[in-house]
Write a protein that binds this ligand. Sequence first.
Ligand code: SF4
Length: 278
Amino acid sequence: MAENSKIEWTDHTHNHWTGCTKISPACDHCYAEGWAKRTGNGALWEGQRRLTTEANRRKPLIWNREAGENGIRYRVFCSSLADVFDNQVPSEWREDLFRLIRATPHLDWLLLTKRPPNIAKMLPPDWGNGWHNVWLGVSTENREEMLRRGKALKTIPAVVHFWSAEPLLEDLGPIPADIMPSWIITGGESGPGARPMHPDWARSLRDQCAAHGMSFFFKQWGEWFPECQWEHNPYLALPTSKGIWHIEQLPLHAVGKARAGRLLDGVEHNEFPTRNVR
Ligand code: SF4
């Protein structure tokens, strides 16, 4: 429910409701479930869903007014503590969310889901070729989900299609041209139990985006920092760490998300998409 987000690729996060159910490997260490348990709301990951306060649900109207007055656009990541296309959520809640989205034309809403088969039946009837201020995205943490969710996403028209390949759990391999999105965000996992990411997995996405003329955003290494990247990180003078993990022959060190940073081969990748998928 944060007003201003710490997530590098968005300006704000908005949760119309909270609560979800784990459905894929990327959910194993769900940040939102951790938040719920820490704050005594564990039932929200055991079947319950809860609408947020009206004051919270009105905040995007304020951001929209501010953006309009300043002639700028804000990106709003919707549902960091839920899934917009969750079929356990009352349909009235989602209808209310889409009314809010319609009323905030100066915001670009980023709707990211792990449930793309639900999108078509849950969009508003006037969706048409996509609303100008809604970007649709899916999580693609492994190749199986990339193929399945990437294909499902492409069947829904939108001004921008994007993928969040985070936490990246394996090499996604070659991306079929017909499901390539406009934008790929990737990064490693952080927090308790975090799994490591091999730099070659991220390089492959970077290079495929470049080859297709699509945008690439490298969000973070996460908990584990690869030894081969040490020369690119000014914050890590010495290779000391709390633990070590090997993927194939590559050592990765547990240095923590903040120290690991977000340079891939010495470069910060901060690209955003153009609206050109139609
Ligand atoms: S879909 Fe997202 S919010 Fe829901 S359990 Fe998985 S990671 Fe958590």
